[in-house]
Design a protein around this ligand. Structure first.
Ligand code: SAM
Length: 333
């Protein structure tokens, strides 16, 4: 047998180590290492350890690991321990108050996705999500039963959606010429982060965010500083209640959560609400038609929610009998 190629060996090692890198990132974020080094760049490991109330040995290992991952820079000092500061990557995405902060989403990965994936073998054996093993409860509706079952869990989930929508929303909002639409309804629009990106990008557009009452009642916590009067909120259940009237319906990261039957109900409600000239904008991690990628979508499917990851044609085949124009774009998450 021929020797394995060096690149192949590296690739398999990177795959084996991937979870350690993720967990190092989650832990440094949770322990506020990046916020600390932003306000006080140039601390050494012992000083960081004191501030984050952790052991010097553990903190030094965490800081060095972060340097190796490109999340921190270390500066050597003659005869003294190195000092640390943030890289551009961490300043952009990992500070709590950065405009493109992913901190809320990282916390969701650590607190919700990680426990689910630690039971992946059972998930694969059973073909079902592992909420019961991970969180001690069965989940018929992930939102009602897991994400929103306490005020704290709900805010954590909303923070996660808010941060990822702020980072990726502009790309979705600007993917199409929407000048023919005057009103949009963002179904499952959560905190409104995506809606604000749409109104920013399209001066003639007003957006109604439609989400569950438990979510809408918290939306004020997430308003941008300058409130935009073209964004409004309506509380309801998109499977049961009338949908607000709009020229353009937006479904961003919604369809993959639900089984075909519920997707069918939602899409036919949208079809019924549409009149001539209306549109539906879908943003998902659409799979390639041959289902060989992208891995982000295929890995997400392993969380075994009731729904599934689809390709663009899976969705159009399922849908609306040409009752409206369908605009589809790839979400980053
Ligand atoms: N669209 C947002 C985005 O892309 O960032 C949030 C996506 S999040 C995965 C799914 C959203 O659907 C949540 O805000 C959740 O509250 C909402 N949702 C779940 N079930 C719903 C229902 N029955 N009616 C209305 N909204 C619902």
């Amino acid at each position: 047998d021929s020797e394995p190629k060096k690149d192949d060996l590296q690739r398999i090692i990177d795959l084996m180590d991937g979870f350690k890198a993720s967990k190092a990132l989650f832990t440094a974020s949770k322990m506020c290492v990046f916020d600390l080094l932003q306000s006080r760049p140039g601390l050494d490991a012992a000083q960081v350890a004191q501030e984050i109330k952790a052991s010097v040995k553990g903190t030094a290992c965490l800081l060095e690991a972060c340097v190796s991952l490109g999340l921190l820079k270390s500066k050597p000092r003659a005869c003294q321990k190195p000092v640390y500061e943030n890289t551009d990557l961490s300043s952009h995405f990992l500070l709590s108050d950065a405009p493109f902060s992913l901190r809320g989403y990282i916390q969701h990965c650590n607190d919700t996705v990680w426990p689910l994936f630690s039971h992946l073998e059972s998930a694969v054996r059973e073909g079902a999500n592992q909420c019961e093993k991970a969180f001690g409860k069965t989940s018929k509706d992930m939102f009602q039963d897991t994400f929103y079952n306490s005020q704290e869990a709900k805010l954590r989930f909303m923070n996660a959606m808010h941060s990822i929508a702020k980072v990726t929303g502009r790309a979705v909002a600007t993917a199409f010429d929407l000048s023919s639409f005057k009103t949009a309804c963002d179904l499952g629009g959560c905190t409104g982060a995506m809606a604000y990106e749409f109104t920013k990008a399209h001066p003639g557009l007003s957006v109604t965010v439609f989400d569950l009452p438990a979510v809408v009642e918290m939306s004020e916590h997430f308003l941008p500083l300058h409130t935009d009067n073209r964004v409004s909120f309506v509380a309801g259940d998109f499977f049961k209640d009338d949908l607000p009237k709009a020229d353009l319906y937006i479904l961003a990261r919604i369809l993959h959560d639900w089984p075909d039957e519920k997707v069918g109900i939602l899409l036919s409600k949208i079809a019924n609400a549409c009149t001539a000239g209306c549109g539906l904008l879908l943003s998902e991690i659409f799979l390639d038609e041959d289902r060989r990628g992208p891995s982000r979508g295929l890995l997400q499917a392993l969380s075994m929610s009731e729904g599934k990851q689809s390709s663009a044609t899976d969705v159009t085949d399922n849908t609306l009998n040409n009752t409206c124009d369908i605009l589809m774009c790839n979400a980053h998450s």
